[in-house]
Design a binder for this molecule. Structure first.
Ligand code: ZN
Length: 346
């Protein structure tokens, strides 16, 4: 093994990412070293590329970016047990503390000291990644590297979709970005009756219909009331999955839900956004904010579903060698792509 590696880094406080060379990380006794094979580009990476307010406040420069990955273990720390060299894996990119109340209760995803690889700590857009062995998720043969590279966002989708019982329910997903599309596919897989996904971007709605057996609705052209009667739903949707962060989408969702409906919120509104709370109170709606993935329950369920027929492969619209990362980011920034996967082995 050489001691140098190729990385995509945020090395200057301005828009862009740069391909550079860095030393291969040294691992500690509880870490593994992963040879990265494939990575996914996340909306978060686009924020970091754009160097918006959030990125400027959050990301230290210089930093190796990226947090969606699949690879192979090539080195084991001295105290690591239960993993072997050559193991294909992905991993949880949230590095957690183990002293908070929530961590000690086993709710690792709620640890307030969480740090993210590729956001606060060196990330996965690199030929090699150092990761605590605790965070490693081994991949079975049925989950290949490109699916392994999108388990982080699929995990967000699974965590959101499994927030409420969906069996036999009518589900509304607002926002047909890749995570919204995958959440709709999960809702279908676990037995929802009708799954409607809304957006105002025709390309994304077409992609949603390609990925899963869902009803795409362009809310710039069709009202949800009309959809409810077209699908012969009696009173409205039972469960809403809000994936857009768009205030109007949340308003439409509240209007289209049954009394006592439930909403899981993953989309992040830009700053404070006006909400008609009286509607939520009088409709007796339950709201749940969703953060990250349950460590490691979401991973367990997600991999089990992938082994059992959940198919989200078509959400990947671009597959590129890492040297063409700029094309991948351009596709993401265009706003109509699905997932973009970069190959680090070519
Ligand atoms: Zn991500």
């Amino acid at each position: 093994m050489t001691n140098e590696m190729k990385v995509l880094a945020k090395s200057r406080p301005e828009p862009g990412l740069w391909m550079e060379t860095r030393p291969v990380p040294q691992i500690g006794p509880d870490d593994v070293l992963i040879r990265i094979r494939k990575t996914g580009i996340c909306g978060t990476d686009v924020h970091i590329w754009n160097w918006d307010d959030w990125a400027q406040r959050t990301v230290p420069v210089p930093l190796v970016t990226g947090h969606e990955f699949a690879g192979e273990i090539v080195e084991l720390g001295r105290d690591v047990e239960g993993l072997v060299l050559g193991q294909r894996c992905s991993g949880e990119g949230h590095l957690i503390g183990k002293t908070s109340r929530q961590s000690r209760a086993g709710k690792f995803h709620l640890d307030p000291a969480t740090r993210g690889i590729g956001v606060n700590e060196p990330g996965a857009f690199a030929e090699y990644l150092r990761l605590p062995a605790f965070n490693v998720v081994p991949l079975p043969d049925e989950v290949d590297d490109e699916i392994g590279a999108i388990l982080d966002p699929l995990g967000n989708a699974v965590h959101t979709a499994l927030s409420f019982d969906l069996v036999g329910e009518d589900v509304l997903v607002t926002g047909a970005g890749p995570i919204g599309i995958m959440a709709a596919a999960v809702a279908r897989h676990v037995g929802a009756r009708n799954v409607v996904i809304t957006d105002i971007n025709a390309d994304r709605l077409a992609l949603a219909a390609k990925v899963a057996d869902v009803v795409p609705v362009n809310v710039a052209e069709e009202d949800l009331r009309a959809v409810i009667s077209r699908l012969k739903m009696k009173e409205g949707f039972d469960v809403g999955l809000e994936m857009s962060g768009n205030q109007r989408a949340l308003d439409q969702m509240v209007e289209a839900l049954v009394m006592g409906g439930r909403i899981a919120l993953l989309g992040i509104p830009p700053g404070k956004s006006p909400v008609d709370w009286s509607r939520i109170v009088f409709k007796a709606i339950t709201l749940k904010g969703v953060y990250g993935r349950e460590i490691f329950e979401t991973w367990y369920k997600m991999i089990a579903m992938l082994q059992n027929g959940l198919n989200v492969r078509d959400v990947i619209t671009h597959r590129l060698p890492v040297d063409r990362f700029e094309e991948g980011f351009a596709a993401m920034r265009g706003g109509s792509s699905g997932k973009v996967v970069l190959d680090w082995t070519s």
